[in-house]
Design a protein. Sequence first.
Length: 171
Amino acid sequence: MLTIRLQRLGKKKKPSYRLVVSEKTRDTQAKSLELLGHYSPTQDPKLFEVKADRIKQYIDNGAECSPTVHNLLVKEGVISGDKKKSVAISKKRQAKIDEKVEAEAAKKREAEEAAKAAAEEAKAAEEAAKAEAEAAKKREAEEKPEEAVPAAEKPAKEEAPTEEEKKSDDA
């Protein structure tokens, strides 16, 4: 049975892959029947070049794709109508992923708690400032008796017109 899979090339921590067709029982580094494309996940943007017509021909003739290759082909639109397959992840790799997710969640929680604490602190400071202002107004009002208020600030009383003024208005 033939399978379409990735053959790793490249340096340490800088992988690049060949898309090859080979016997399923053969080693991935062994001789392959045909080279169908290249995949470089470390380049920006990721490089994925394939011979779509040859891949479709092999699939029509009964070749299977590895789950990773299947997902890449679905993503690129070479295989249409199929869903992505789940790819097996080693326990060590899964533990690393879980650890990373937990660390990000912890950072997010800490940031939210810090923001909440800062908001509460600001609210408390605002309330303290209001209370201080009200206390200052009360003290100021208690210290100033009405007699000490200047005449300019007192409201002017309306004087009633005298009898002479009433007579002159009537005339």
